[in-house]
Design a protein around this ligand. Structure first.
Ligand code: UD1
Ligand code: CA
Length: 458
């Protein structure tokens, strides 16, 4: 029988190099906290429990994952090093079985790599990687036979050791029954006066335990985030590999270096995405969708053959098929465009439905409204949906024509076929096929004398 797996994630470090009030492991990578990436990968291994070591003030962290019930939060009162951190978690390990240790600030570790480690028959498995520039990392020290003897931290390494390019990723696998006694033999006699987890390797090797390494193929997989420069590097690398995967599935991305997905995107055939587009949350793009530059699309569905023009911001909206949105349009939560609807520049739509073929082409606010089919909303039309206390609905029937610069004071309804004269303020319901004129009549005053300039006296 396979013994239950415990996972231990170290996340109590202060993250002082970020100079941020947000805990380091809550900093977002592709829209998800660093810790969230690790937890999702950890979940896929179906562990018995995930122990997360946090600092005493990290209540924000626990609150962020309050709904998860497989996390055992372990508080490390004094941050005395990675070895000390594991010592705090060790009493909670479920038995003598396997324990996988990961660092909270190295989020891109792959499931396959972890599986490779779990399949390695050794007493202690360390995930290592070969780096051109190993500065800052612990070095893997081997003897003449190539056996791992120790990990030496950068700060404690001599010049010869510093030349070693194989580094410790921080991910380790061993058994609780071995880790616990090894931890008891650590001390803090080093440059940082910390209990290093990495010193466990020398202890194990001295006791002739079999220490082995698994090499990660990709250095980004083990890259740690200590400051915003490294976070930005990791973000770009993550986004580029996401873009590459999408392109391989047939998405036409104009420039993969200017493409960001902070969530999940599913898409059909012949989707084209111009530069600087950001996707957030859950986004679905139908066949032939075309997205112009500088758009932000969050938690929305864009139907087949719809076009989203430059600089549009879409959040919580449904855009059906063959619609046109933008340039400079804003669809807010609850915006629902039926097929062939069009929303043009400087139009804001909130909690409103536009029926098939209806158009609001310029400069409008449509909020809390139900708009039928083939309706034309003239430039400058505003649904006055808010009286300072409550929000009210506007109903507009099929084939209505709303002239420019109209204020529709809700609650109000325009029945089918209504025409509203430009510049109207509509405060009462309009019956079907009526023309509504709600404005002062124009007067022309002949022979008007323009005011003349008078000389100012000083
Ligand atoms: C560590 C490793 C180093 C490795 C590198 C990989 C040690 C001693 N060094 O160095 O060999 O190459 O990671 O990125 O293990 N933490 C705690 N409690 C503590 C100290 C740290 O929970 O008392 C957590 C931090 O939150 C962090 C992780 O452990 O997530 C690593 O700590 P950090 O200080 O970043 O270690 P590195 O110097 O990067
Ligand atoms: Ca680190």
């Amino acid at each position: 029988m396979v013994k239950p797996l415990d996972i231990c994630i170290l996340a109590a470090g202060k993250g002082s190099r970020m100079r941020s009030s947000t805990p380091k492991v809550l900093q977002p990578l592709a829209g998800k906290p660093l810790l969230g990436h690790l937890l999702d990968t950890a979940d896929a291994l179906q562990p018995h429990q995930i122990h997360v070591v946090v600092g005493p003030d990290d209540t924000e962290l626990q609150a962020a994952y309050a709904t998860r019930d497989n996390i055992n939060w372990v508080v490390q009162a004094d941050r005395l090093g990675t070895g000390h951190a594991v010592m705090q978690a060790a009493p909670f390990f479920s038995g003598e079985g396997p324990v996988l240790i990961m660092l909270g600030d190295a989020p891109l570790i792959r499931l396959n790599t972890l599986k490779k480690m779990l399949a390695t028959p050794a007493d202690l498995v360390v995930l290592s990687v070969q780096l051109d520039d190993p500065t800052g990392y612990g070095r893997i020290k081997r003897n003449g036979k190539g056996e791992v003897m120790a990990i030496v931290e950068d700060k404690d390494a001599d010049d010869v050791t510093r030349q070693i390019q194989e580094i410790n990723s921080g991910v380790m696998l061993s058994a609780a029954g071995l880790i616990k006694p090894w931890l008891g033999q650590l001390d803090n006699q080093n440059k940082q006066q910390e209990y290093y987890l990495t010193d466990m390797i020398a202890v194990a090797a001295r006791q002739h335990h079999r220490v082995d390494t698994v090499m990660a193929d990709d250095r980004m997989e083990v890259a740690g985030v200590n400051d915003f420069i490294q976070l930005a590097e990791l973000e770009r690398s993550y986004q580029q590999s996401q873009a590459a995967a999408f392109m391989a599935q047939g998405m036409h991305i104009v420039d993969p270096a200017r493409f960001d997905v902070r969530g999940q995107v599913s898409f059909g055939k012949d989707v084209r995405v111009d530069i600087n587009v950001i996707f957030e949350g859950e986004v679905t793009l139908g066949d032939g969708v075309n997205i112009g530059p500088n758009c932000v699309i969050k938690d929305s569905q864009i139907g087949a053959a719809s076009i989203i023009k430059a600089n549009s911001v879409i959040d919580g909206a449904v855009v059906s098929e063959a619609c046109s949105v933008g340039p400079f349009a804003r669809l807010r939560p609850g915006a629902y465009l039926h097929n062939e609807a069009a929303v043009g520049n400087f139009v804001e739509v909130k909690k409103s439905t536009l029926g098939k073929g209806s158009k609001a082409s310029h400069l409008s606010y449509l909020g809390d409204s139900m708009i039928g089919e083939n309706v034309n909303i003239g430039a400058g039309t505003i649904t006055c949906n808010y009286d300072g206390v409550s929000k009210w609905q506007t109903q507009i029937g099929d084939d209505v024509f709303v002239g420019s610069n109209t204020a529709l004071v809700a609650p109000v309804s325009l029945a089918e076929g209504v025409t509203v004269a430009a510049g109207s303020t509509i405060t009462t319901d309009v019956p079907a096929d009526n023309l509504a004129v709600g404005r002062g009549r124009q007067r022309n005053i002949p022979n008007w004398h323009k005011p003349a300039k008078t000389l100012k006296e000083d």
